[in-house]
Design a protein around this ligand. Structure first.
Ligand code: ADP
Length: 493
């Protein structure tokens, strides 16, 4: 099966979040299952800073965007760890910039940048000699691709018989732009209606993808259900419920090579379940040195790694610090960037509890690995969480996750009730309401268990035994592709 993966980020080319981890790993997983995979990404400035063997292809073409025809230059690079090839769409005006999307404030021309990318990716697919079976798109940045394939490019042999699959990694980000950006798409205004590309008078790129794709998937079965409800649907619940017949939830795998405590170059003493205590101690020593502490703390380390935004429950973390840091029961560490107000509040908490609360507010992949290796408990108190990777990395590194009962967190963590510990199924602590009290209670439950070394080690070994490799997720995507190919394409209204 020939598969084209189209996305706006992928490890190791460029990353801002979990999307990059998923899209970085999927080509390898699908290749191992026999698929011939091509990945298309924007050639951001950052892509050239990774030391990758990028070479020109000689392919370039103009892409009509409104009244302009900016040039797409295509570069090529093998996808590390797989037999897949990445094609990188270069255009310096759009992608030679310091960040992917613009940091705290989005770049004002993000609509134009990703309309350009989506159209260039579709046209690039058309220019390949062998036809594609599946065009797999990820998130709003690629939402126009299914529409382009069905409308503007339907007669090109390389894509004419392809089926499109739209994967939603986070429904909260829909790519909403003012209606005049419709002119940039090159698509007829007749598609700008509430059933197709319009959302309350704005252009909605993710909705476009959901409407025009032949199948839709999201990143966990619970999230697939939640997005069909008014609470989780972000205004698209009706559309998603209407597409329920072709909507699947597939939990993300993790990159078990990059995230392997037995071989991780970011940690001082690699470890497995057999010597997890020694490995964690060494990581604690290294972390203390990184943070400027004279010696490692022997209290349990409770960590949070993630974007500092409301979705991730950052307010709950702040409240937890104010309630628990003073008790001296644990050491807390936050690694994250995001909302400047949240960063400032966290820095204040660190200043109030020196030696008990550490806060690092920049993006540091190596430090994220070290924190996971050093931590006993990892917090994921998200208000909503499509899948979540942090709790999966935590499990692999023998850090017990404390998560809220939502989305993929619910699908990947089994609460450590006494029965679940005894029968070997427990993999963390789960709390219900998005309230600080519930989080505090769950963390206290974890700390109580931590005080019983044998029981804790039993839980840690269970947690580390869970298999989150891409094998089963890759097979699930392949099944979706096969089922989608077996159906007639979705019709456009
Ligand atoms: P999301 O994609 O919503 O941000 P996920 O849990 O799916 O959440 O993925 C988050 C990813 O980003 C993980 O790989 C996590 O380690 C990483 N991450 C988030 N913030 C930081 C940071 N400040 N430094 C290093 N890695 C980070």
């Amino acid at each position: 099966m020939r598969v084209l993966e189209v996305a706006s980020e992928a490890v190791p080319f460029a990353k801002t979040g979990g999307l990059a981890d998923v899209v970085g790993a999927l080509p390898g997983a699908l290749s191992r299952l026999g698929c011939d995979v091509t990945l298309v990404l924007p050639a951001y400035r950052r892509v050239f800073e990774q030391g990758l063997p990028i070479e020109p292809t000689g392919i370039e073409f103009e892409v009509p965007i409104g009244g302009r025809r900016p040039l797409a230059r295509v570069l090529r690079c093998p996808v590390p760890g797989s037999s897949a090839t990445a094609l990188l769409v270069a255009n310096d005006e759009f992608f030679d910039r310091p960040s992917l999307y613009g940091g705290a404030n989005d770049y004002p021309d993000n609509a134009e940048r990703f309309i350009f990318f989506s159209r260039a990716a579709t046209e690039l697919a058309c220019r390949q000699s062998a036809p594609f079976d599946i065009i797999h798109c990820h998130d709003w940045q690629t939402g126009l691709v299914p529409a382009y394939q069905k409308i503007l490019y339907r007669d090109w042999p390389a894509v004419a018989n392809a089926r499109t699959v739209m994967t939603i990694h986070n429904l909260a980000y829909q790519g909403l732009f003012w209606h005049w950006d419709m002119l940039l798409t090159g698509l007829d205004w007749k598609y700008f209606n509430w059933q197709q590309m319009e959302f309350h008078e704005q252009l909605n790129l993710l909705k476009t993808g959901i409407v025009f794709a032949d199948a839709v998937s999201t990143v966990s079965p619970t999230y697939a259900r939640e997005i069909q409800t008014p609470e989780g649907g972000c205004g698209l619940e009706g559309l998603l419920a209407a597409r329920a017949g072709v909507l699947t939830g597939i939990v993300n795998g993790i990159d078990t090579v990059a995230w392997n405590p037995a071989t991780d170059p970011h940690i001082p003493r690699p470890f497995t379940a057999a010597d997890v205590e020694e490995g964690k101690y060494a990581a604690r020593v290294a972390l203390a040195a990184r943070l400027g502490h004279p010696a490692p703390d022997d209290r349990p380390l409770v960590a949070f790694v993630g974007r500092l935004v409301e979705q991730k429950g950052v307010n709950l973390v702040l409240e937890l610090l104010s309630r628990l840091a003073g008790t001296g029961r644990a050491h807390f560490m936050v690694l994250g960037t995001g909302d400047p107000a949240a960063e400032e509040s966290l820095q204040r908490a660190a200043a109030s509890f020196p030696g008990t609360v550490d806060v690092v507010t920049h993006f540091d992949e190596g430090l994220a690995h070290l924190v996971q290796a050093a931590a006993d408990i990892v917090l994921v108190p998200s208000r909503f969480e499509p899948c979540g990777l942090t709790q999966l990395y935590a499990q692999r590194y023998g850090a017990v996750p404390v998560v809220r009962a939502t989305g993929g967190l619910l699908d990947t963590v089994i609460d450590a009730t006494p029965e679940a510990i005894n029968d070997g199924s427990a993999t963390g602590f789960v709390f219900g309401p998005a309230e600080a009290g519930a989080l505090v209670q769950a963390v206290e439950r974890a700390l109580d268990l931590h005080a019983n070394r044998d029981r804790w080690q039993q839980l840690v070994r269970q947690v580390m035994a869970r298999d989150w490799s891409w094998d089963s997720s890759g097979r699930a995507y392949l099944r979706v592709f096969e089922e989608t190919l077996a159906r007639a394409p979705a019709t456009i209204g």
